[in-house]
Design a protein around this ligand. Structure first.
Ligand SMILES: [Zn+2]
Length: 95
C-alpha cells in the first residue's frame, strides 16, 4: 500500500493519512460525488479524496457504484494504490 501524506486540519501539520477503506457517496439531483476517505494516523481527522465529482450516475458503471456503496475493500485498495488518483488529489505519497 502506498503511504500518503497530507497537511492535517486537526494536527495542523503534514502527517500520514491512512486509507479508511470506506467510500462516501453523495447523490445530489442528477449528479453524484464519490470520495474515498482517508484518516490522519494521529488524530483521525478525515480527508476525502475525490473519485467522481458532479458526475452523471449513468456514466458510472452500476457494478462499480454498488461496490462504492458496499465499501468494497478491494476497490478501496485499488484506489489507494492508484498514483494517478493520488496525484489528481494533490496527495503526497511514498511507495
Ligand atoms: Zn491529524
Amino acid at each position: 500500500m502506498i503511504k500518503v501524506y497530507h497537511k492535517c486540519g486537526g494536527c495542523g501539520k503534514k502527517t500520514e493519512f491512512v486509507n479508511s477503506g470506506r467510500f462516501r457517496v453523495n447523490a445530489n439531483g442528477n449528479r453524484v460525488d464519490v470520495w474515498l476517505i482517508y484518516r490522519c494516523r494521529k488524530c483521525k481527522h478525515s480527508w476525502n479524496l475525490t473519485i467522481y465529482e458532479r458526475t452523471k450516475p449513468s456514466s458510472i458503471p452500476s457494478e462499480k457504484y454498488e461496490l462504492f456503496l458496499e465499501n468494497d475493500p478491494d476497490l478501496a485498495e485499488t484506489y489507494g494504490n492508484d498514483k494517478e488518483f493520488l496525484k489528481k488529489n494533490n496527495a503526497e505519497y511514498k511507495i
